[in-house]
Design a protein around this ligand. Structure first.
Ligand SMILES: Cc1cc2nc3c(=O)[nH]c(=O)nc-3n(C[C@H](O)[C@H](O)[C@H](O)COP(=O)(O)OP(=O)(O)OC[C@H]3O[C@@H](n4cnc5c(N)ncnc54)[C@H](O)[C@@H]3O)c2cc1C
Length: 291
């Protein structure tokens, strides 16, 4: 399946709906378009589960390079990184060294923010531990992602509130077993709302990462009722998903950040987007059919 999708030119056409392109220039062009609309960006150089030191160092070099571009081009953007792209599966020390270089450079460039994306539940504790080490070593331009499908997340939210860490709250994109995660959408949504309310009331500039209009409306009415001003949080959405809603919220004066992935390693990212919404499969099928 991977070979078929990635080697077929139409695979690229489909990926372009969710991915800015394969090069830094593609990414910069898309960031500029979003910035013109008053939408902030988080740039993600695609890649995950690196299995050798060379590739982990390469991914680190790419993250360092994009920081140079953000600075030089004066883009309204921060970056998101996956620790498994920087060697989390190979060894703690390697991964820590790599991510430290990235957060240090981001700090030197006037505190560009670095978000550690959250991957499958095998990585949750490892990622939070590594994050904590960065934080304790003075890197406060780093934030985490918590997933409302995990039972543990309510407690993690409280820990992050106590530390004063910026949290991106999402529902979670990986297939997780019932031992660790809610299986019913309604439960995941309820937990999202519980965690979101705590973050809005007590958290540090939370990123509410969802396209769920019901939850977004809930956030808006909760903040109005509790006199939480719009500069204290942001909505986050994925590139290629609900652009209309992104623009609408930005026009209403809310902070909106688009997550913009780019690079050649788009296959696993694209598959997660497909899994979230079966209707996307019809989009793929129609593109292949047209081709
Ligand atoms: C900025 C951002 C960063 C994220 N970072 C992470 C991360 O670090 N770790 C992680 O596990 N997950 C991450 N996710 C993914 C997230 O966990 C969900 O899998 C994804 O956002 C879908 O959930 P939802 O909140 O939009 O709600 P859903 O209930 O899944 O969807 C609500 C509505 O949104 C629309 N929608 C949702 N997904 C799609 C799609 N793919 N294509 C088209 N329409 C769609 C549909 O209209 C749907 O009815 C991130 C999401 C965002 C927005």
């Amino acid at each position: 399946m991977k070979g078929f999708v990635t080697h077929n030119p139409l695979g690229r056409v489909v990926a372009r709906r969710f991915v800015a392109g394969e090069t830094v220039d593609d990414a910069v062009k898309t960031v500029r378009e979003m910035n013109k609309l008053g939408i902030h960006v988080s740039l993600d150089h695609l890649g995950e589960n690196t299995t050798n030191v060379e590739d982990a160092n390469k991914a680190t070099g790419q993250a360092l390079g994009i920081l140079d571009v953000i600075k030089k081009e004066n883009l309204d953007a921060n970056i998101s990184v996956k620790l498994t792209s920087m060697g989390q599966d190979i060894g703690y020390d390697l991964c820590y060294q790599n991510i430290s270089k990235v957060v240090q450079k981001a700090q030197d460039y006037g505190d560009i923010f670095v978000r550690l994306d959250m991957e499958g539940s095998d990585y949750t504790q490892k990622t939070l531990d590594l994050f904590r080490n960065l934080w304790d070593n003075g890197h406060h331009n780093v934030g985490v992602v918590l997933q409302s499908y995990l039972y543990r997340t309510e407690k993690d939210v409280e820990d992050m509130i106590k530390l004063g860490v910026r949290v991106r709250l999402c529902k979670g994109a990986y297939l997780e077993p019932a031992e660790v995660a809610y299986q019913e959408k309604a439960e995941v949504d309820r937990n999202y709302i519980r965690c979101m309310e705590r973050l809005l009331s007590e958290g540090k500039y939370p990123g509410l990462a969802t396209h769920d209009e019901r939850i977004i409306e809930h956030a808006i009415s909760y903040t109005i009722r509790n006199r939480i001003t719009a500069d204290r949080f942001e909505f986050q959405m994925l590139h290629g998903v609900r652009r209309d809603l992104q623009k609408k919220l930005a026009n209403q004066g809310y902070n909106v950040r688009a997550y913009i992935p780019y690079g050649s390693e788009w296959y696993p990212y694209l598959m997660r987007r497909m899994a979230e919404r079966p209707a996307n499969l019809f989009f793929i099928a129609s593109q292949f059919w047209k081709g």
